[in-house]
Write a protein that binds this ligand. Structure first.
Ligand SMILES: NC(=O)c1ccc[n+]([C@@H]2O[C@H](COP(=O)([O-])OP(=O)(O)OC[C@H]3O[C@@H](n4cnc5c(N)ncnc54)[C@H](O)[C@@H]3O)[C@@H](O)[C@H]2O)c1
Ligand SMILES: O=C/C=C/C=C(\O)C(=O)O
Length: 494
């Protein structure tokens, strides 16, 4: 594989600026660790403030170069070529994503990598088919005018990404940004630098003009993340990550009055009514609680079950949790590691807090005993609690691990109030076979997405985002155009 990223144990992971790979200007590096083994597998070159300035300058220059003068059709042809090249190199992206995250290969191969291509292809279609408005306007002198809208790229977009679905979440932003004619500077998570770096090879392979796509590695405050969000030539910031980080980034965006699009944290609720199809609910919620080892913003950490079904639900959910095998790589029931030792400590602190708050640990609650090469992986037991109060810390704060608390309820009014009693508002799931109730309860959820009798079923044309502390704005389909373009109205007197 002709890749800048060597396949040796100590891979070198470089910044990608103006079409070329480069080390960090300050000579600073940090380690890249495989969470499945806890071992160092690479060295990442941290971008200096000057490197970030070079990346922003390259992105700005590209707007006035060949990229900025391309027709929409020429631009979208390139975007589609990126999708095709990601698919052609899907094995390389799979290896890179699994090395960075330790996630089960079937998750990366069925979710992460395909969505990397789909996010480009979908927005090429949206931009190609999206009409703009126009009006015939009678004028006071008895004549006519025509008003019509034109969409223009916003400019240089800063894209700041999390570590749980690195390629998926980065391309969910880069796809529409480029399709709309912007240029980007991406700051991947320090935990997962590989696939963003590899995408630079794809951009060069398809002939993307230099400076359109740039990648700078580093951390947040006092590093590449802050240098990027503070740079005056960044026209807008799209960020996916923790709510607290969003607050810090928003303060930087305020200088220069730059627009933001935020996909933040959540504490998502599931409501299971007694008439639910229990097989469907258990299948859906065992995925929603344990997929990606619970490191999914859309995952469920609070489950409310109508009392008549409660005991059976807990029994069935416990069996589902026990079926997972942490560290058993290659086993279909393999449960991957958490992203880092620090994140595992954070989740373990919540496991301990749950006991303090009176939880009954139905399943899990600790670190699994694993032998062999994965003994030092950041694995944790899938965990199920009962006996927690709705207003306990564990039921209110985002944990971002493979765990959930289950609480009984008696009435629809009671459970909709419980589900909505949170500062977050990302998503919810409702499980019932009563169609009227499904529509009624879903409409009362104060969230960006409510799934009924399913979870993480994504149509990329739909509005996606969170309310309250879960985000600002909606992306997906035409909704992304609102953030990645500026609409101008032209009025012409006939
Ligand atoms: N709503 C969604 O669609 C969605 C999707 C995935 C993850 N998330 C959320 O992301 C979080 C987990 O991801 P994470 O731990 O990587 O989040 P995080 O906020 O710790 O980091 C996200 C990114 O922000 C950067 N960053 C941190 N501080 C910064 C600063 N001051 N300025 C600029 N950049 C900064 C980090 O380096 C990283 O690249 C969870 O809260 C999860 O809910 C939300
Ligand atoms: O961990 C959160 C996953 C978010 C998924 C998306 O943003 C998406 O499916 O577009």
């Amino acid at each position: 594989m002709n890749s800048n990223m060597s396949r040796s144990v100590t891979d070198t992971i470089l910044n990608f600026i103006a079409g070329s790979y480069r080390e960090g200007g300050d000579g600073k590096t940090f380690v890249n660790v495989n969470p499945a083994t806890g071992r160092e597998i690479g060295t990442v070159h941290e971008a200096s403030e000057a490197d970030v300035a070079d990346a922003v300058a390259a992105a700005k220059a590209a707007l006035n170069g060949p990229w900025g003068s391309m027709t929409t059709a020429e631009r979208l042809k390139l975007i589609s070529a990126v999708a095709t090249e990601i698919e052609r190199r899907s094995d390389d992206f799979l290896e890179a994503e699994v090395a960075d995250t330790g996630k089960p290969r079937h998750i990366a191969s069925h979710i992460d990598i395909p969505r990397g291509a789909a996010n480009f292809r979908m927005f090429a279609d949206v931009v190609a088919t999206m009409p703009t408005e126009s009006f015939n306007t009678p004028t006071p002198d008895g004549g006519q005018a025509i008003n019509y809208a034109v969409r223009k790229p916003k400019g240089v977009i800063a894209v700041i990404c999390p570590w749980n679905f690195p390629l998926l979440l980065m391309t969910w932003k880069v796809g529409p940004a480029l399709a709309c004619g912007n240029t980007v500077v991406v700051k991947p998570s320090e935990e997962t630098p590989r696939t963003a770096t590899l995408l630079g090879e794809v951009m060069n392979a398809v002939g993307m003009p230099e400076g359109v796509f740039n990648v700078v590695h580093g951390f947040g405050a006092g590093s590449a993340g802050e240098y990027l969000t503070s740079h005056k030539d960044v026209d807008a910031i799209t960020f996916t990550g923790e709510t607290g980080t969003g607050q810090a980034i928003m303060q930087k965006a305020a200088v220069g009055v730059r627009d933001v699009s935020f996909e933040l944290g959540g504490k998502n609720a599931a409501i299971v009514f007694a008439d639910a199809d229990l097989d469907k609910a258990i299948e859906g919620l065992s995925r929603s609680v344990f997929l990606n080892t619970g490191q999914v913003c859309l995952g469920t950490e609070r489950v409310y079950v109508e009392r008549p079904l409660y005991d059976e639900f807990v029994r069935r959910m416990a069996r589902a949790a026990e079926a997972f095998r942490p560290g058993a790589i290659g086993d279909p029931a393999y449960l991957g590691p958490l992203i880092s030792a620090e994140h595992r400590d954070k989740v373990l602190n919540y496991y301990a807090k749950a006991i303090e708050e009176g939880a009954t640990v139905v399943v899990g609650g600790g670190i699994p005993k694993i032998d062999g090469e994965h003994a030092d992986g950041f694995y944790i037991e899938p965990t199920l609690w009962t006996g927690l109060a709705h207003d306990s810390t564990v039921m209110r704060e985002e944990i971002f691990g493979p765990c959930c608390g289950v609480i009984p309820f008696d009435t629809e009014d009671e459970v909709t109030a419980l589900a909505n009693d949170t500062a977050y508002g990302l998503c919810a799931t409702v499980w019932t076979e009563n169609v009227s109730r499904a529509h009624r309860v879903a409409a009362t959820m104060r969230v960006g997405v409510c799934w009924v009798n399913c979870w993480f079923l994504r149509d990329l044309r739909t509005a996606f985002g969170g309310s309250g502390q879960s985000g600002i704005g909606r992306e997906g389909g035409v909704h992304s155009l609102e953030f990645y373009t500026e609409t101008a109205n032209i009025c012409l007197k006939l």
